[in-house]
Ligand binder design. Sequence first.
Ligand code: CMC
Length: 392
Amino acid sequence: SGFVTLDTGYKNTGCTKSAITFLDGEKGILKYRGYGIEELAEKSSFIEVAYLLIYGSLPTADQLKDFQFQISRHTLVHEDMKKFFDGFPSKSHPMGQLCSLVCSLSAFYPESLSPHPTKEEQNLTIIKLLAKMPTIVSWIYKKSLGHPIVYPQNKLDYVSNYLNMTFGQRTEEVEIDPVVVSAMNTLLILHADHEQNCSTSTVRIVGSSECNLYASISAGISALWGPLHGGANQAVIEMLEKIKNDGGDTEKWIAKAKDKNDPFRLMGFGHRVYKNFDPRAKIIKKACDDILDKLGIDDPVLDIAKKLEEVALSDPYFVERKLYPNVDFYSGIIYRALGFPTDMFTVLFALGRLPGWIAQWKEMRENKEPIGRPRQIYIGETDRAFVGIGDR
Ligand code: CMC
């Protein structure tokens, strides 16, 4: 009943008041809790940013120590969860595994199921999820290789522990290059939140039914998987590889992206909100050059990416539509340089986005927001007489 405004894709519909992330798409500004993304990427660690997003301010040294200590007590996942890893086909997509595994945490940690948890119960679930996610993500990777899993090491910081479980081995200590640790921190910080995007709105809307945190985040992971959202980082590398193998003719592929009869889009380009350079893409592009240089890697797809960007940014189609490279355009090249296979890229996005999803879920619950329930305009048949199956 009443007046319904149609806004497919929610292009102009605000669904919440939020104090977490500020985004100005015209000017290309992104801030978490008032701090510019550039400064956070340069000066802070991912775990500090996670604390900032979830609790609202940067931690003091004691608060950070306590936060890390709490997380370190919950990094193990229930041993029975390993049976899921055994059950998945070895080549199944890591994102399919991730959303199933995160949702199944609710079965192993049922205290999360209370629709009205106390503040302490809610915080415990948040800590457990932050702690267990890197363990799950690294075990998915180990499974894809057929290698034995590596258990968490609580003496390591959050990102180093994740990298050790990923690139380390069970039998020997592996030195993780500080360049890799720093690059990983930067990438995770840049992905940590982005206000009401598709996956975050999903987390909020699922959580608004008073559904538990694990299930809400699992739904967000599913939303992230699509190539128009987080799946774009995988799609970009696949596209660059295709262009390389096709002879590297960037003009030809730009023409395909402009052709309205061709479903091909320039992956890693365009954004619903940014009508200017995505500030994250600026940082990532520079980081990409630095990291490949420091690691001594020469990746031919980086040259193709730069050429594509140059051609697109001087083409009236892209200029008129204000289509710029987004966060996913260069991130995959860095992930590749760090040694990750292409189908793990979106999982890494999820690892980075986790604190943002948690912060948004927590804010929605604390604000006691009503259940999310959009309206529709019905355009189907009205008043049909039922016809028995023999007479249709
Ligand atoms: N290549 C070619 N044309 C494009 C592209 C592109 N990548 N993106 C937008 N357009 C065109 C589109 O065809 C439309 O043209 P016209 O006005 O002639 O119909 C116009 O630009 C506006 O695009 P839209 O699809 O209405 O914009 P949207 O806000 O609904 O979609 C988007 C935003 C990100 C889904 C889209 O730009 C896209 O598909 N980009 C490629 C996928 C991608 O890189 N996604 C990652 C987004 S950033 C990180 C994240 O969210 O996870």
